[in-house]
Design a protein around this ligand. Structure first.
Ligand SMILES: NC(=O)c1ccc[n+]([C@@H]2O[C@H](COP(=O)([O-])OP(=O)(O)OC[C@H]3O[C@@H](n4cnc5c(N)ncnc54)[C@H](OP(=O)(O)O)[C@@H]3O)[C@@H](O)[C@H]2O)c1
Length: 321
């Protein structure tokens, strides 16, 4: 596993990050599973871990923190997020200083950590002034509670305003944007966000790079009983089937092309993201999946240019998103 530099910051992360949404703390609530997954990720060379205060309503952070406690804190990066609604009151959501300072304190307690490497403003909040947002995250940096701050799924207009204010006030800007990104779903290529990141030195992290498992090809003929779609009731999450319905043509084309070339869908999906300069935040519900995903980076699994050319020249797909 190699390390990559995130945007214009000095921070290096492992080229693949492992995220804990819907698995650790949601699908499986045991410490044994969390430890098994983190140990596997570590052995495979992953040193960048992603979570959020809303994953399993805090359980993901608690289990991840316990699982990581056996490793040297200096040897990995941990990102978590705030602003997603975690309760009914106005103080349980958004980017106000009141919510974010409290949300971070609670995350640190659950993770049993003294600091977070990358703290995300999980979604933009247009009811908090941009200057308050920027000053709040800078204050957390100055207090030593976070090393860097970042945004996730922010619209390009908000990113523009944020960077203007950071420059005007000479304050720390977010170091990366984290957006949904895969061959199947990449709206950032048409809504201006990706080009903005590229032009302004913001790092690009892509979540759901396998389109939640759809690009592995495992759903091509049926819905496997242990898959995210089959587990939608257990997970209380039903977006995977919707992603398939909205992107059928692209997904089927991709999966069929992988079969034609004899390449693994997960390898092609992850290599595709990296080719676009986006660092994948992968999920995995078993150690074997993690290993198979990390194998995507092995030189012997590099996919031929003929494959990429045929993928780009897909005659059946008119739009890129
Ligand atoms: N910033 C945000 O708003 C945001 C939003 C969503 C996610 N995220 C982050 O991104 C991370 C990844 O998201 P994601 O889980 O949707 O990503 P993903 O990598 O596209 O999908 C992961 C899922 O696909 C299946 N899978 C993975 N590897 C496989 C393999 N080799 N073969 C077959 N199936 C495989 C597994 O599900 P099954 O085995 O259950 O089918 C696994 O849980 C999250 O954990 C979170 O940290 C961030």
């Amino acid at each position: 596993m190699h390390f990559v530099r995130l945007g214009q910051s000095g921070l290096k992360i492992s080229a693949l990050s492992y995220g804990t949404a819907l698995t650790i703390g949601t699908e499986d609530l045991t410490g044994a599973f969390a430890r098994q997954m983190i140990e596997k990720a570590w052995d495979l060379g992953i040193r960048s871990f992603d979570t959020s205060n809303n994953y399993g309503m805090g359980k993901a952070e608690s289990l991840l923190g316990d699982a990581l406690s056996r490793y040297d804190r200096q040897e990995y990066t941990l990102s978590t997020k705030g602003s997603w609604p975690i309760g009914q009151s106005p103080y349980h959501r958004g980017l106000s200083r009141k919510h974010i300072v409290w949300a971070l304190e609670e995350s640190l307690k659950r993770l049993k950590l003294e600091y977070i490497d990358i703290y995300y403003a999980h979604r933009y909040d247009d009811e908090t002034p941009m200057e308050e947002i920027v000053r709040t995250f800078n204050r957390l940096i100055n207090q030593g509670l976070i090393r860097y701050w970042a945004t996730s799924e922010w619209p390009v207009a908000a990113l523009e305003k944020c960077l203007q204010i950071c420059r005007a006030l000479n304050l720390e800007a977010p170091i990366t944007e984290q957006f949904i990104y895969s061959y199947a779903v990449h709206k950032v290529e048409t809504n201006g966000v990706k080009v903005f990141c590229e032009n302004n030195g913001l790092g690009m992290m892509g979540f759901s790079p396998l389109a939640q498992g759809l690009l592995t090809g495992k759903y091509r003929n049926n819905i496997p009983s242990d898959s995210r779609i089959a587990k939608s009731n257990l997970l209380n999450y039903d977006k995977t089937a919707a992603i398939y319905d909205q992107n059928k043509d692209k997904i089927n084309f991709f999966v069929d092309l992988c079969s034609k070339f004899g390449v693994k869908g997960n390898h092609a999906a992850l290599q595709w993201c990296l080719r676009q300069g986006v660092y994948p935040v992968i999920g995995a519900s078993s150690p074997a999946q993690l290993e198979d995903n990390v194998n995507a980076l092995k030189e012997e699994n590099a996919i031929t240019e003929y494959f990429w050319a045929e993928l780009e020249n897909n005659p059946r797909i008119t739009s890129r998103d």
